[in-house]
Design a protein around this ligand. Sequence first.
Ligand code: DCT
Ligand code: MG
Length: 610
Amino acid sequence: MSPGAYAERVNGQVRMSETYLNGTRIYFFGGDRELATVSTKAKMFRLARCGATLVPEYNPDIVTHIVIDDNIVSLHHLLENISVKRLSKVPGHIPILKWPWATTDNTKKHFRIHAAFATRRNSVDAIDYDPDINPIVPPAPKKGKEHAAPNPEVTNSSGEQMVGNPSAKSPREASSSSSRGLEDEEASFEKQRVSSKPRANSDPANENNVGEDPLAEFYAQARTERDQEVQENLGDGNKATNLHAENGNKSHSSGSRFLCDGVRTSAGQCPNQDVIDKLSELKKIHEQRLMTGDNFRVLKYSTAINALRAYPKRIRSTEEAMSLNGVAKKTAEKIMEIIRTGDLQRLHHERAVSDDIRVIELFQGIYGVGRQIAHRWYNAGCRTLDDLREGKGGVKLSSVQQIGLQYYDDINSRMPRAEAEEIFNKIKPFALKIDSKLYVDIMGSFRRGKADCGDIDIIITRPTDDGRNHSGVLSKLLKDLRIAGIITEDLSIPDDWSDLELCYRGLCRKDSDSRRRRIDFLVIPWESRGAALLYYTGDDIFNRSMRLKANKMGYSLNQKGLFAGVVRDPQDRTRKLNQGTNIASATEREIFDKLGVPWQEPHERVRGFS
Ligand code: DCT
Ligand code: MG
C-alpha cells in the first residue's frame, strides 16, 4: 500500500486520543513512495491519533505542515517526492518539520528548532514567531565549522557477517536480509523496526522522548497491516496466481489461502521470469547502495517480484501489471519495457553509475564477507580480488575470508546433482560406521529434486529409544572425513561439540581432482526431526509461507517445532517471554496437518523459481 493510500485509510479509521494536532493538515514523507514501510505507517497513525488530517499527496493549497522522517529523508529526496524543484518553491507558510516535532505537545513552541532545513528557519520565524512561547535558539554554526554528528546507523556493524561463528552464512545468504532460521525473518523485520525507532533524545529539542519509544503503541497496528500485505502477496488473495488449494483450506485462521497451501499447477519457468531477473538486479543494486534512503525501492521491487512470481500469465499491458499487488505505475512501465524490448534502460544507467556496487558484490562473493566489510574494503581503495590478495589499503582478511578468496570460483558455482549425490554417498558410510543407528540424509535443493545444488546440506540425528543419543558424533565424523580428504577446510565450527543441536559449515570435495564444494552439517535432536526436515528441505519461500500461516493461526513455527502459546516481549518482538508448547515436531506430516496444509512431497514444495 502506498503512503498516500495509507493516509487516506488512516484518516477515516483512527480514533483520536490526543488533540494537539487538531486542525493541521499534514503531508508526511517517510522516504517511501510506493510502499509504506511499517515505520511510515506507524508515524502516520500517530499523527492521526493526535488530531492531524493526513494529506495523501502534497498540495500547497491544502497542506498546513510537511513532516519528514529526518533520519531517512534528504532535501533532494523530499523535493523529488513533492515534485518541487527548489525548497524556496514550497510556500513559506508551510513549515517543513522533522518528525520529533510531532511527538510532543509542543507544536507551536518548537517550530523553529524542528525546522528540517536550516535555510527555512527564517521563513518559519516569519509565520509563527511568538516571543512568548518561542525559545531563544542559538544561531546555526557557521559554514565549515559544523561537525557532523556520528551516525550510528552508518557505522553500526550489526549487519556484518560473524566470521568463524556457527551463525556465519554463505555468501548467498550473507547478501540477503533473511537468514536460515525460520524465526530469523521475523527477527530481522523486528530488528529493522527497532533500529527505525527514533533514537531516544537524538534531538536535543525533543526533551520528552527520553528512554521511551513514542511509537510503541502503534506498531501492533502497523504489523497487522504488514502481515495482511505479505499474505496478499504470498497467498491467492483476490488476484490470480498459479496456485490452487487442493483441498479447501481447513485453516482455522482467516480462511484465506497461503502459498504453501497449494501445489504449483504448472511446473517450470515462470512466464515473466525475464522481468523478475531484471527487477531482481535492479533491487540488488538498490540494496547495495552505500547510502541509506533506497529502502523503499528495495521493498517496492521485492513486492513486485513476489507478485510476478505468483502470476500465471505473461503480462501484456501496463494496466495488467498494475493489477498486481504492490505494483504501481512506474514499476508497471518498467515491466512493460522489459516485456517489449527485453531490456531495461534504467538498469544500464544504474550499472554505469554504480561501479561501487559491482565491486561490493564481487567482494560479497567471498565467504564470510557481508555488505559492511565489502564497503570498508571498497573505501580502503580495493577494486579487485587481487587488490585484496595484496592487502591494498591495509586490508586484512580473516582466515575464513582467505579460504573464501582462495576458492572464490568453486564456492560461487553450483554443482551437478550427481556430484552432490556422490559426495553424500561417500560421507554416509563414515557416519553409519560411527553409529549404525544414525539417521543421515541430504536436504535442501537436493531433496527437492533440483538438477544442480549450491551446497550439500546434511542432516544428522538419532532415535533415543535405546537410551543413547548422537552427542559427540559430528566431531568424530568430521575427523574421519578430513583424513579421507573429503572435508578440506572448516568455515564455521560449533562451540560445544557435545550438544545435540549443532551446525557446521565447511568445504569438501569428491576427490583430489575435483572442485571444492560448500557443505553444511545440521545435527538436530531426534524429537525435532520433522520440523528440521521441513525447514532444511525448503524452499525458502515455501518455508516463509508455512511460517506466516502458522503465525496467522496463533502458532510459531521454527526448525525445532510448531509451538502454541508463545508470548513475545511487545517492546522487543525478537525476545520470547515463554517458549510456548511444542504441538508438532516429530514428523513433517503432523506439522502439515496441524497447519491445515495439504501434504506435499519435497519436490512439490518449490515456490521460488531460482
Ligand atoms: N532456508 C530458508 N531460508 C533461507 C535459507 C535457507 O528457509 N533464507 C532453508 C530452505 C533450504 C534450506 O534452508 C537449505 O538452504 P540453502 O542450502 O541455502 O538452500 P537450497 O534450497 O539448498 O539451495 P542451494 O541449491 O542454493 O543450496
Ligand atoms: Mg543447499
